[in-house]
Design a protein around this ligand. Structure first.
Ligand SMILES: [Zn+2]
Length: 181
């Protein structure tokens, strides 16, 4: 039996007397198949597919060499752009608002746009290069404000707001993007 999925295309469903739950596998050609217990129906397969969508996506990315190559290439481009641009931009805002920091590091974290270490090094995610400029600047200003406030206290937000009056809108808009490359 074959399911047509809006994201993964044709998914082969196999019934297996010995399975106790749904098992996904990806063939070398990148085709997804799911094995389900013999007593289960197509609806069960669809449900399992829905609840495992995120894991399947990861599995497919790892197995599909073309996708992996495209991601690697994109990462390289972002890395290059980030190297040319982010340290310069950080320096620009730091000078403008009178902050000093001990160094800058480019990161590839999947969950954070930026951070500031206790030694004063500011990390900026290369994924920032995918963002519209006002959001990129907001992240930089946010991290700079952490030089004076290590927390997210109201004093911290007050300082951010002095440098970026639209910070609330920017913080909200940032949630629509993911830092992962
Ligand atoms: Zn913060």
């Amino acid at each position: 039996m074959i399911l047509i999925d809006k994201e993964f295309g044709e998914v082969i469903v196999r019934k297996n007397a010995f399975s106790t739950g749904a098992r996904f596998s990806v063939s070398t050609s990148g085709r997804l198949s799911i094995s389900i217990p013999s007593c289960r129906s197509e609806r069960y397969a669809k449900k399992a597919l829905e609840s495992c969508r995120e894991q399947i996506r990861e599995k497919l990315h790892v197995k599909d060499p073309a996708t992996q190559r495209a991601r690697d290439a994109q990462k390289k481009i972002l890395q290059k752009k980030a190297k040319e641009y982010l340290p310069y931009r950080l320096n620009f805002w730091a000078k403008k608002f009178g902050y000093s920091y001990s160094g800058v590091r480019l990161s590839h974290a999947n969950t954070r746009w930026g951070s500031r270490s206790s030694t004063g090094t500011i990390s900026l995610n290369i994924g920032l290069m995918k963002l519209p400029e006002p959001l990129r600047d907001y992240v930089i200003i946010h991290e700079l404000a952490h030089i004076n406030h290590m927390d997210h206290s109201s004093a911290f937000w007050h300082e951010v707001g002095e440098h970026d009056p639209n910070y609330k809108r920017h913080e909200k808009a940032l949630k629509m993007f993911s830092p992962g490359v």
